[in-house]
Design a protein around this ligand. Structure first.
Ligand SMILES: *Cc1c(COP(=O)(O)O)cnc(C)c1O
Length: 430
């Protein structure tokens, strides 16, 4: 399998090179040159397969010969060695809980897969690799956790000061070792912009070996397909589900879309957005313009210029009608998100985190117009990660898991910097 750049001005590369580089030299995103088609018997036998077997089968065509089969199987086994339960919330809606990994959010899957791949590739790499990553909250901790102690890899995380929750901040500023957290006085988009500038800076790239661990990186993006298969494995209805995906940078939903284009049966996708509604406007008007990010209580989705938007275009060959036929998008504001958290707890005794609540609300809206259908939403983070917001909305205290108790005792260690690329460059080079 080869990957081309969405800007079409860079050479095609294999999985190894796409993973190591992160972003293409022409600043485009890597995209597989064809979408593999799943074997019909594989889909029929989904229910009897293990999570590792499914993951291996799904990712193998994308990896090609870049990783030996036994090693790839082990990487898959490690990546998905926790639970992904599909939990019934109402008669027509279930939650696919993606928060049972080490940092309590879905990003653990992509980060664990990518860190193992990069560890594998760096064995025959002489230079130290620096993973540079911007986070709106959950990426940083998942990446830091995945890479902690991996030899030959240094991790630098940029996060927006004051815009991540307390637990999120502690998760990314208390690990030490090969992990450094830069606290940026700006928004997530500022952080993402600074990271992009570093990748485009020849001077920096000559002196250090940089790669990205954002969903720009195919090794983080593509394994996110796995849990859509785990959802179907547990799905009990005859008709395929409508799937609502809480979306910010659109990596997760693009992974679901590519799974469907390779044969996974899904009825429809709902892109669930908070007040950052650039994509909702795109589906309404056919033209896309990026926006300034606004801060919300579902902070991991506070993205005004989703980097995977170009992958949506690519998935549908720039065909707007086709896109609209498979995806519907909603924008849910904080007020409605809070009301949903309160109501779902009261009526169904299910505690949503704010991102899952945006997903749930969007799904309710879609099913309201399509009442005969059933759906699931991705519960992308554990409510404890947003404990203040959740307990304020629902009136119940969120029980803090033992592993989190420990982190709350630790002291944050970060480097406060201005949202200025030159400062980041200076830091990287010295
Ligand atoms: C990152 C994140 C999202 C958004 O996912 P994208 O792939 O960026 O669209 C949603 N919810 C949570 C909890 C997240 O951490």
């Amino acid at each position: 399998m080869l990957y081309y750049s969405t800007n079409k001005n860079s050479a095609k590369v294999d999985f190894r090179e796409a993973t190591i580089k992160g972003q293409a030299p022409d600043k485009g995103l890597y995209f597989p040159e064809r979408i593999p088609q799943l074997d019909k018997t594989f889909l029929k036998e989904l229910k009897s397969k293990s999570k590792a077997e499914i993951s291996f089968e799904v990712i193998k065509p994308y990896v090609g010969n870049c990783i030996a089969d036994e090693d790839l199987f082990q990487i898959c086994e490690h990546t998905v060695n926790f639970n992904f339960p599909l939990v019934k919330v109402t008669d027509s809606i279930s939650a696919l809980e993606l928060f049972h990994g080490p940092t309590l959010a879905f990003k653990d899957v992509g980060a664990r897969f990518m860190s193992r791949c990069l560890g594998y590739f760096s064995k025959d790499n002489k230079r130290e690799i620096t993973v540079l990553v911007a986070t709106s909250g959950d990426t940083g901790s998942a990446v830091a956790n995945g890479f902690l102690g991996v030899e030959g890899v240094k991790v630098v995380i940029l996060y927006p000061a004051g815009k991540v929750s307390k637990i999120q901040e502690l998760q990314l500023t208390t690990l030490g070792q090969n992990i450094t957290a830069l606290e940026v006085q700006g928004t997530f988009d500022d952080c993402q912009q600074m990271v992009k500038q570093a990748f485009a800076d020849d001077d920096v790239n000559e002196k250090i070996f940089l790669t990205s661990a954002n969903s720009i990186n195919v090794a983080r993006w593509l394994p996110q397909q796995f849990y859509y298969f785990f959802a179907l494995q547990q799905w009990q209805q005859d008709e395929p589900p409508v799937i609502a995906v809480p979306s910010g940078n659109f990596g997760n939903i693009c992974a679901g879309l590519i799974a469907v284009l390779s044969g996974l049966p899904v009825k429809h996708f709902v892109a669930a957005c908070n007040s950052n509604d650039a994509f909702v406007k795109y589906l309404n008007t056919g033209s896309f313009s990026s926006q300034e990010a606004v801060a919300t209580i579902s902070n991991a989705m506070d993205v005004g210029n989703p980097s995977n938007f170009v992958r949506v275009l690519e998935l549908f060959n720039h065909d707007f009608e086709k896109t609209k036929n498979l995806i519907t998008a909603y924008s849910i504001d904080d007020n409605e998100t809070r009301k949903t958290m309160a109501r779902v707890f009261e009526l169904h005794n299910y505690l949503l985190d704010p991102h899952g609540a945006v997903g749930f609300t969007s799904l309710v809206k879609y099913l309201g117009n399509n009442p005969q259908q059933h759906g699931l939403f991705l519960e992308t983070a554990h409510p404890v990660k947003f404990e203040n917001v959740v307990s304020e909305a629902t009136g119940v205290a969120v029980e803090i898991p033992a592993a989190m108790q420990e982190i709350l005792q630790q002291k944050k260690s970060s480097l406060l910097i201005k949202a200025n690329y030159e400062i980041l460059k200076d830091y990287l080079l010295n």
